[in-house]
Design a protein around this ligand. Structure first.
Ligand SMILES: CC(C)(COP(=O)(O)OP(=O)(O)OC[C@H]1O[C@@H](n2cnc3c(N)ncnc32)[C@H](O)[C@@H]1OP(=O)(O)O)[C@@H](O)C(=O)NCCC(=O)NCCS
Length: 177
């Protein structure tokens, strides 16, 4: 892992939501996320719901000086089974490909497994997003299967990969990498 030398996550606050809404309206970013661009009202309401929901955890990804550059989420937290879904975006392209995604995912997995006591974290990634797939593999996620889905504004058929990591694998992976 690239050693960035700073904590890349902090709690997300309401003052971050305007910046995030700007990213959520970007068609290119929405395509990478397998979704569609949304309005600032929709974005704001989605994040406010997550901030109030005990079955989600959303954190801000910050640069060296603490400025917001993205966000990372655990949603669908099932406390009984110990499962949750992870999703991440680095909104500013200048900050991609610098190891920040890997650090953010590892920090979030540490919160999930060591802080919240979860057992399994899964995610869905479009297979035509090789940077994201590579980032998740670097963090110890394994491919579980693929499904073809109609996604995006024009219902394009895309291959979506399900990737998962278990707490036991994360602990082992952290120890050796
Ligand atoms: C996906 C994302 C979180 C990854 O974070 P990141 O900081 O860019 O990723 P990292 O720098 O930690 O790792 C990226 C890896 O992909 C590799 N990579 C980049 N482009 C690639 C490509 N076209 N093909 C294969 N590998 C690629 C990089 O070389 C790096 O691997 P390495 O460390 O072995 O050299 C970030 O790029 C992002 O938010 N992108 C936009 C939104 C998005 O795609 N979210 C994920 C939706 S599932």
């Amino acid at each position: 892992m690239q050693q960035l030398g700073w904590t890349v996550l902090r709690e997300l606050e309401e003052r971050d939501l305007d910046r995030i809404a700007g990213w959520d309206s970007d068609p290119e970013l929405a395509h990478l996320m397998g979704g569609v661009p949304i309005s600032s009202e929709e974005s704001r309401s989605r994040y406010l719901k997550m901030l109030r929901n005990r079955n989600s955890l959303v954190m801000a990804i910050v640069d060296r000086s603490g400025g917001l550059i993205g966000d990372i989420e655990l949603t669908e937290i099932a406390w009984r089974s110990g499962d949750a879904e992870l999703s991440i975006k680095i909104g500013d392209p200048a900050y991609r490909d610098r190891g920040i995604g890997e650090s953010a995912v590892r920090e979030m997995l540490s919160i999930a497994f060591e802080g919240l006591g979860l057992r399994r974290v899964y995610l869905r990634v479009c297979s035509d997003n090789p940077r994201a797939v590579r980032c998740y593999k670097k963090c110890g996620f394994r491919r579980e299967g693929v499904v073809r889905r109609r996604l995006g504004p024009d219902d394009q058929i895309r291959v979506v990969t399900l990737m998962t990591i278990l707490r036991s694998d994360f602990m082992r992976f952290q120890a050796v990498s």
